[in-house]
Design a protein around this ligand. Structure first.
Ligand SMILES: Cc1cc2nc3c(=O)[nH]c(=O)nc-3n(C[C@H](O)[C@H](O)[C@H](O)COP(=O)(O)OP(=O)(O)OC[C@H]3O[C@@H](n4cnc5c(N)ncnc54)[C@H](O)[C@@H]3O)c2cc1C
Length: 803
């Protein structure tokens, strides 16, 4: 084994070898993979090897497509067969709601270039004769599903990497990791030590243990997973290989395995394996079968596919594999640890392993993943994702693997976990809460306890009229919204302005003022949108997306502030309330001695002031597009502030509103938001944020690329559409059609109650950005006429907000 290398990859499962291969492909040859047993000896060897392109996150779906297309390449380089069987696959719907979901999946697949097709039950039965038609109402056909041989794939990656210069060492266990002062690592193994500039944790089932070597508790849990293989089925003899099939109602998947069929299930009452520690002596091992546990799924499966029930069972496999709380991988560098990377929590290694290796290798070699991988970035989880939280969420995710996630559905596991001081008060007002980073926040308010429950649907729900009333209140009088679920940073010190001016694209505002600013990466792409509020010459309060707090902290660490500048995250220390609507000024004025007139306190003013007895930071800004104020207080004051505003608000017809109404109103104003309109695949001019990029500054991160984008105009444009929708609005990722072709995609959608229109924001190539008509947006399989709006549909000149 070499003792000094550029990278040590820990773990020779399908993920580790993919990272190794991609590093060599990206030009780093001096790389070493250390595996404690044989390659594949963790989860990989007993996988069913299924691969598919569909994923709830289109960016992850793209990386899945990449993975599947990669197998030919590594076969060619290595000479090792991956055992590919591209049979095609069908997903069977047993209910209308499921068929709607499949139509949505098909629509989303369009702009990713997937050739998915909705087919009738008869057509499904023709191409997949094992099914019993009477249980189904339709199906989705995907021509590029199939399976691979886990051993073949892993060895093909490893051989291709070795041909590229990598070394693979087996039967060597990494027992500890020690950081050196220069950011490199001493990798301690039971066969000697290696010095490495970078370390990658691809420890799979042991990724938690490898994480703990560096003081990291990764949100990962392994679940037991069972599949069985039947004896040969006479009807299959001499036939073309059967399609892959997912039966959502039965919660099973099935495919042909030699002369029989393989049938696996994600049962409702899934069982975690080794919830705290993974035993080191679990090598190429399986767990005892427990057919009792999956008997209900088998019963349904045998009814839906009678030939499988009639065949005997040849073999049962019960093996563990790992999941993150949302079921997507954990990839990327770790804040606070130099040159330490993770590629773990990969629950679908044969669909995702290639994409994970590609993104991570680019990140390590070029400093950027090269794709939008927010959906699998390890930084999406903060300290709140403890082991017990992970346990509850992973079990929920596992049990829901084949269940429909409705666009208005809030999952219930691990709740309530984090609450703000006014939680009970809002509950008493019949708030229906959503979960955001484990934090409860009100979505809408029901008129009474009995109605405080949202029916999950693809169509407009029972919340619709109540959200409409909330919007009306904001537009006509005044509304009160809890806004604690934002990220916040307190940036202080003599060099605060200079540092912020370097990491943010806009100019730092003067004292007492607010400026909106994109944050760009070196490629000039959007990696954040912030509100900068200057409290004093040496103090700037940043408000941003809470879910991205760790992502931002990691970026701030990379662009480290100089000595004397402190960047302190303080999201939960400052909780907030916002008042918005034409009466919001009068309401707030009744509670403070500060002059809130437009002349004295204009739009984008920010000031420390007392509201009643409460010391607060108040900014004149609002995401609703109406006159409004955001009031930030340390958490011990939030109840008093709430009571004060609610009491004084009675005179102004104040009404509580929630996140649903806020979303509707920001759509009416064409205001974008992080992870929807603003993501690292878009530039600021494409996203309509060009006015917040101050190119008069000599330098800031991403300036050169931003300038280039401004000059070239970029490729895309964010535009607003009104849609002739019936009773379902877009919710994101719907295709945008123009004259019979898919040309773009929706990023957010909903119903604008103030304008009584279905609305969508989405990206189209810039050539279409001036076209008005001729567009269609596909909602649940139906192409609805859409009209591009040249400006926001509500108060386009912003006079209400600024007045
Ligand atoms: C029953 C079953 C069926 C499945 N079916 C499918 C399927 O159809 N399709 C699909 O895509 N996925 C499937 N999976 C999931 C798939 O197996 C995983 O996604 C994949 O194996 C994860 O690979 P990995 O490399 O992350 O982890 P692992 O395979 O667990 O690899 C990690 C490796 O790291 C090594 N290691 C850990 N710590 C150290 C250390 N300290 N020193 C040295 N080496 C170390 C381990 O020995 C191990 O070899 C299935 C899983 C199971 C259990």
């Amino acid at each position: 084994m070499k003792n000094d290398v550029r990278v040590v990859v820990i773990g020779g499962g399908v993920v580790g070898v993919s990272v190794l291969y991609h590093l060599t492909k990206a030009g780093w040859q001096d790389v070493l993979l250390i595996e404690r047993g044989e390659l594949t000896c963790g989860s990989t060897w007993h996988a069913a090897g299924g691969m598919h392109t569909i994923n709830g996150d289109p960016n992850v779906a793209k990386l899945q497509q990449y993975t599947i297309n990669l197998y030919k390449e590594i076969e060619q380089i290595s000479g090792q067969s991956c055992g590919m069987h591209v049979t095609g696959g069908i997903m069977l719907a047993g209910t209308r709601a499921r068929l709607d979901w499949l139509k949505m999946a098909k629509a989303r697949g369009r702009y990713l270039g997937m050739e998915l097709e909705i087919i009738s039950v008869d057509e499904a039965a023709r191409i997949f004769p094992l099914m019993n038609k009477q249980h189904f109402v339709g199906a989705l056909y995907d021509p590029i599903e199939g399976h691979v041989d886990p051993y073949g794939v892993t060895h093909a990656y490893a051989k291709a990497a070795q041909i590229g210069g990598a070394q693979v060492v087996r039967h060597t266990r990494v027992t500890d990791l020690k950081a050196r002062a220069d950011g490199s690592w001493d990798v301690i193994t039971d066969h000697g030590n290696v010095h490495a500039e970078h370390v990658v944790n691809a420890g799979g089932l042991w990724a938690r243990e490898v994480g703990r070597m560096v003081g990291l508790e990764l949100p990962i849990l392994a679940m037991e997973h069972q599949y069985l293989i039947t004896e040969d089925i006479p009807a299959l003899k001499g036939q073309k290989e059967q399609l892959h099939c997912i039966d959502f109602e039965g919660e099973i998947y099935t495919r042909q395995e030699r002369g029989g069929m393989l049938l696996g299930t994600y049962e409702r009452a899934g069982v975690p394996w080794s919830p705290r520690e993974t035993p080191w002596d679990f090598t190429q091992s399986l767990l005892p079968n427990d057919l009792e546990r999956i008997a209900p799924s088998l019963e349904v499966g045998f009814e839906h596919f009678p030939a499988l029930g009639e065949a005997g069972i040849r073999k049962v496999v019960n093996g563990p594999f790992t999941f993150a709380p949302d079921g997507n991988p954990l990839v990327g560098p770790i804040r606070g640890l130099r040159n330490f990377w993770v590629a773990c929590g990969v629950m679908a290694g044969f669909s995702q392993g290639g994409g994970v290796g590609l993104a991570l290798s680019h990140w390590m070699v070029d400093g950027d993943p090269g794709a939008d991988i927010w959906g699998m970035d390890v930084a999406r989880y903060g300290d709140w994702a403890t082991l017990a939280y992970t346990n509850a969420k992973v079990r929920e995710n596992y049990s829901r693997r084949f269940r429909i996630r409705f666009p208005n559905e809030e999952l219930t596991a691990a709740r309530p976990l984090r609450t703000t001081p006014i939680y009970e008060r809002l509950e008493a007002k019949h708030a229906v809460f959503g979960d955001y980073c484990g934090l409860e926040h009100p979505l809408w308010f029901a008129p009474n306890a009995a109605e405080a429950n949202e029916v999950i649907t693809f169509h407009r729900s029972n919340a619709h009229p109540h959200v409409a009333a909330e919007c009306r209140a904001v537009r006509d009088s005044v509304g009160l919204l809890e806004i604690s679920n934002y990220g916040k940073f307190d940036v202080t010190g003599a060099g605060a302005e200079e540092w912020l001016s370097h990491v943010m694209a806009n100019r730092v505002p003067k004292v007492g003022r607010i400026a909106l600013t994109p944050m760009l990466n070196e490629r000039g792409k959007l990696i954040g949108d912030f509100t900068m509020a200057r409290i004093s010459p040496e103090r700037v309060f940043l408000v941003c997306t809470y879910a991205a707090e760790d992502y931002y902290r990691r970026w701030f660490e990379r662009h480290a502030p100089p000595a004397g500048v402190s960047v302190r995250p303080c999201a939960m220390q400052y909780v907030g309330l916002s008042v918005a609507g034409p009466h919001s000024r009068a309401l707030l004025q009744s509670l403070t001695h500060e002059d809130l007139s437009s002349a004295a306190f204009p739009f984008l003013t920010f000031r420390r002031m007392d509201v009643g007895m409460i010391p607060a930071l108040v900014g004149r800004i609002s995401f609703t597009g109406d006159l409004g104020y955001e009031i930030w207080v340390t958490s011990e004051y939030q109840r008093a502030l709430y009571d004060l505003l609610l009491g004084a608000g009675a005179e102004f017809d104040l009404k509580l509103f929630g996140g649903r109404a806020l979303n509707a109103m920001r759509l009416e104003k064409s205001f974008g938001t992080w992870a929807r309109e603003y993501r690292p695949i878009y530039g600021p001019y494409e996203a309509g944020l060009g006015r917040f990029v101050d190119l008069r500054k000599d330098s800031f991160v991403g300036r050169a690329a931003a300038l280039e984008e401004k000059q070239s105009g970029g490729k895309l444009r964010l535009v607003t559409f009104t849609i002739e929708a019936r009773d379902a609005d877009p919710c994101g990722d719907e295709p945008i059609w123009y004259e019979g072709r898919v040309i773009g995609w929706v990023t957010s959608g909903g119903y604008g109650h103030s304008v009584q229109q279905s609305l969508a924001l989405g990206y189209v190539p810039k050539e279409y950005a001036e076209v008005a008509g001729g567009f269609e947006i596909e909602i649940l399989g139906e192409r609805c006429q859409a009209t591009r709006q040249a400006q926001a549909v509500f108060d386009p000149d912003g006079s209400r907000m600024r007045g």
